[in-house]
Design a protein around this ligand. Structure first.
Ligand code: BG6
Length: 493
């Protein structure tokens, strides 16, 4: 698929996401000569800025992320335009339509990036539609919608119903930036370009699978949003369930968008619904108290800005799921995420079963370690397979040795997820974007937990900032021998 020149219209261009991700990503695409000739970036903002001020701001955004190449910056600056307007007023859209029609510099293919509050998605799209900005008579029109897509199942369905009045499914790009991460895409290659593990990739050999996303940062300046969302909505329903679908899905017919998404939806549909009365056995929530991170004292969640003193919003969430299909029946999938934890990392850990017989009974080898396959998603991008080997020497002792198939050599550059995804929009490749039924089924999975937690408002467990979360979350494990795995290196090393 070829990328075609387009006008990238960014709503919320002066906001946080644009500052830390979108503008740097577009600039890096220009550095890599991936932005097609003629591509323009039109920022929509409320602030009374002129062209020059916007170029300066954009320069700061890019510089904050690393080196600037003055030549590329010159080329990039020529692509930048600023349109001042209030997105709640119709005038903003009539002016925008006039500008895009009048100014021949703007390519007729237009991608609208909605980096705005979810409550504005519907109204903004209605205005764009009313002003014929979604008509594809002279070029394609695509809309990129940031998460969260809805607040729960009902609101996601209502939003979908509303936007499908203005757009076809082919025009909608629901973003989950985890799918743009190099290592996440590597999960598909790891599974489907190698035959070694496929025969083992099922209930006969796998004991359980864990997904961990931990952060050391707190909620930063996002108190208002975060307190109404919580960790379950913010990370588990979206990013971690996406990782689970990639790990668990069947090989798709092809890597083409619809085939891939069909398989992911099948996984989500096969997840065993959690009965309301079993929520406590399947989900655990907690909130960070004060503590120490990297030697610095940090506040508790309740002391953060915009957080009500009685808030029971979770900053840590864990859940256990079962996938009731032929391949996975009976294998628990454990997912956990938390802010203000001991370490910032995303990992997938696959624990294999013990060998059926222990042959080494009369030796020092009492209990063998299970084999693990470990996938580091960030910051370390790696694939490791842990095996038990004999220690050199006269006695029969063993140790764990790790086969390392690291994904990136130290001299190979990391590419931010947004670079990949913003380019896919230009190419019209929707395979790494979510289809509505994926979003819908993901909401169905967490719905019973959300509903239970919404009425249990008297108490929430806490954990000290800088820890791995509360010990009590262990209650989710099916067996005594299972426990959270936080490290990518073998125990004791
Ligand atoms: C976002 C969440 O979607 O993902 C944030 O809203 C979270 O709360 C972030 O910090 C994590 O993304 P990454 O790419 O930093 O792992």
């Amino acid at each position: 698929m070829n990328a075609e020149p387009c006008t990238y219209v960014i709503f919320g261009a002066t906001g946080n996401l644009s500052r830390i991700k979108l503008m740097p990503a577009l600039y890096h695409l220009d550095v890599a000569r991936q932005l097609p000739e003629g591509t323009r970036i039109l920022a929509i903002g409320r602030r009374p800025w002129d062209q020059q001020k916007w170029v300066e701001e954009a320069r700061d955004m890019i510089q904050a992320k690393g080196d600037l190449d003055e030549n590329v910056l010159q080329r990039f600056s020529e692509r930048l335009y600023y349109h001042q307007g209030d997105i709640e007023q119709e005038q903003c859209y009539t002016d925008l339509a006039g500008l895009l029609n009048r100014n021949k510099n703007f390519p007729k293919n237009i991608a609208f990036y909605l980096s705005i509050s979810p409550s504005d998605f519907g109204p903004v799209m209605e205005f764009l539609s009313k002003n014929s900005l979604f008509d594809e008579e002279y070029g394609w029109r695509r809309v990129i919608i940031e998460k969260p897509f809805g607040y729960d199942l009902d609101s996601a369905q209502a939003l979908q119903k509303r936007i499908s009045q203005y757009l076809t499914e082919q025009q909608i790009y629901r973003i989950d930036h985890y799918l743009g991460k190099g290592m996440v895409q590597n999960v598909l290659v790891f599974r489907f370009a190698n035959v070694m593990l496929e025969p083992l990739w099922n209930r006969n050999y796998i004991d359980h699978i864990q997904f961990t996303h931990s952060e050391t940062i707190g909620i930063e300046s996002r108190g208002e949003y975060y307190d109404s969302a919580g960790a379950l909505r913010d990370m588990l329903q979206s990013h971690l369930l996406q990782l689970l679908t990639l790990m668990a899905m069947e090989p798709p017919v092809s890597m083409e968008a619809e085939s891939l998404r069909d398989e992911k939806v099948k996984v989500l549909k096969s997840i065993r619904p959690i009965p309301k009365e079993a929520v406590h056995g399947h989900a655990f929530r907690a909130q960070y108290g004060k503590g120490t991170i990297n030697g610095e004292k940090v506040k508790s969640y309740l002391q953060e800005e915009h957080i009500p003193a009685t808030s029971v919003t979770e900053t840590y969430a864990a859940m256990k799921l079962y996938i009731d299909n032929w391949r996975w029946r009976g294998v628990p999938f454990y997912l956990r995420t938390g802010k203000r934890m001991a370490k910032a990392q995303s990992t997938i850990s696959i624990c294999f079963r013990h060998p059926p017989l222990q042959f080494f009974r009369d030796t020092q080898v009492q209990c063998m370690n299970p084999n693990w396959v470990l996938l580091g998603i960030q910051p370390e991008e790696c694939i490791r397979i842990e095996m038990t080997v004999k220690e050199p020497g006269l006695e029969m002792n063993t140790r764990v040795s790790s086969l390392d198939a690291s994904f990136r050599n130290s001299d190979e550059k990391t590419i931010d997820a947004y670079e990949d995804l913003l380019l896919d929009v230009l190419k019209g490749d929707r395979s790494l974007f979510l289809r509505f039924d994926e979003v819908e089924h993901a909401w169905r999975v967490v719905e019973p937990i959300l509903q239970t937690w919404a009425i249990e408002r008297d108490y929430i467990a806490t954990y000290p900032a800088g820890s791995w979360g509360p010990e009590d979350s262990r209650r989710l494990f099916d067996k005594e021998a299972q426990s959270w795995r936080s490290s990518l290196i073998p125990e004791g090393k």
